[in-house]
Design a protein around this ligand. Sequence first.
Ligand SMILES: NC(=O)C[C@H](N)C(=O)O
Length: 331
Amino acid sequence: QKLPNVMILATGGTIAGTGATSTTTVGYTAATVGVQQLINAVPELRKVANVSGEQVFQIASESMTNEHWLTLGKRVNTLLAQPNVDGIVITHGTDTLEETAYFLNLVVKSRKPVVLVGAMRPSTALSADGPINLYNAVLIAGSQDAVGKGVLVALGDQIHSARDVTKANTSTPDAFKTAELGMMGYVQGPKAHFYRVSTRKHTTETEFDISSLNALPQVDIVYGYANMNAVALNAFIAAGAKGIIHAGTGDGSLAAKVKPDLIAARKSGTIIVRSSRVGQGILARNGEANDDELDFVVADTLNPQKARILLMLAMTKTSNTKELQRMFYTY
Ligand SMILES: NC(=O)C[C@H](N)C(=O)O
């Protein structure tokens, strides 16, 4: 049987981290082990795929930037256009893994599998989770069943969709959850087993094209809390933000001290997206604010950090709020 050709693109993170001792699971150094060493540590990979590696970056994922995403997205598209690449695995720090996954979900122009993988323990730790996660990710990336399902996330023997997964624990190996909407499946066997797909459009079905982009519009997130004021909002706008994601309390409610500034910001051209800090549920349009009248957009079920990504890409196409709202109900 012919093995699939899977490219491993390494970007850093804890999966490539090293600690002083085998019990160092905090206070280790991320992004120190190179891609070839990651591959060599799992000889079992060669039984399920022809793997080759490429070091794209070597960073902790909290330092990921829009520019990194554009570079990575273009590289993924170039590689997937080659007939000798069947799937791609991206090793990544877990802190912003869901963001990179969702960005790629919106800009990859291929039905071939793209799987993001990380680890919660550094490579030197007792029961390091990186090797089994990497093995699972390569299995998924080489699987026919993963074709056309959008960008996937593999951790803890589970398969998640880029749109709906989130990091939900600071340190345990089962940190990645798709809480209420549900994960897509499991790796067992050794085989990828799929049970669910997202109904939202992704990859080849999107209208976004990064091939000629060198930057994304500035979009920042303003966090909601009791005693909130508009200082951060106005500072972001003064610093050039073209769009604001308001990570509101509850169903995206707006504090009395902040709402007038949001309305003023919209009147002077800033795009305002209401989202929620809660983590689950639909942000109701015309619920906690009259979005039709105020010309705001709502984030639907996207968390604030993913709403930021969709708004940046959407604003490369349009600043019409009806069009932007359509996109938030599509992707
Ligand atoms: N577990 C991890 O990978 C955390 C690390 N800070 C990162 O995101 O790069």
